[in-house]
Design a protein around this ligand. Structure first.
Ligand code: PH2
Ligand code: MG
Ligand code: MG
Length: 165
């Protein structure tokens, strides 16, 4: 059965934009890319001492099951040269499954919806751009409501390429 999956992409090493572009191209091999948000320059969260990230959100229509999709995105990360060193540290590319249709899942290495989605502005801001009315299946709030609920918290985020003058 076809489902709409929302993915969060991030990069903070080397050519961030080229790597996000390449990841989107590779994701298109796993289904149909329905939407790609703007790219956002974002303050590093959780591990603060690392370069700023470029983040975006992608809507993908796919027939794959959650575990199959996870395996495929990990393969893309690997193929693009990601090496796992420091948890939550600098990376060439990170592809996280944020929402999987209306499903919830909890297995080794995969929790859906993404457990830290609601506290991360670098996820909610791009996601609100492409899926404002989509409802979180556990928290029962829309993405826009979750984003607005951050108030001033959740880390600094600005749309990339729109530097303040
Ligand atoms: N990813 C993390 C930890 N911190 N901060 C930002 N701004 N963007 C990220 O993608 C990110 C992060 C772990 O995956
Ligand atoms: Mg991540
Ligand atoms: Mg990840």
């Amino acid at each position: 059965m076809k489902k709409i999956v929302y993915l969060g992409l991030g990069s903070n090493l080397k050519d961030r934009k080229a790597q996000i572009d390449e990841a989107v191209t590779r994701l298109a091999e796993l289904g149909k890319v329905l939407a790609v948000s703007s790219y956002y320059e974002t303050e590093p969260m959780e591990v603060a001492r690392q370069p700023w990230f470029l983040n975006c959100a992608v809507a993908l229509e796919t027939e794959r099951m959650p575990k199959q999709l996870l395996a495929a995105v990990l393969e893309i990360e690997q193929a693009m040269g990601r090496r796992r060193t420091q948890p939550k540290g600098p990376r060439i590319i990170d592809i996280d499954i944020l929402l999987f249709g209306n499903s919830t899942a909890e297995t080794a290495g995969l929790v859906i919806p993404h457990p830290r989605l609601a506290e991360r502005r670098f996820v909610l801001e791009p996601l609100a751009e492409i899926a404002p009315e989509t409802r979180h299946p556990v928290l029962k709030k829309t993405i826009r409501e979750l984003r607005d609920g951050l108030g001033k918290g959740g880390g600094a985020v600005r749309r990339w390429g729109e530097e303040k003058k």
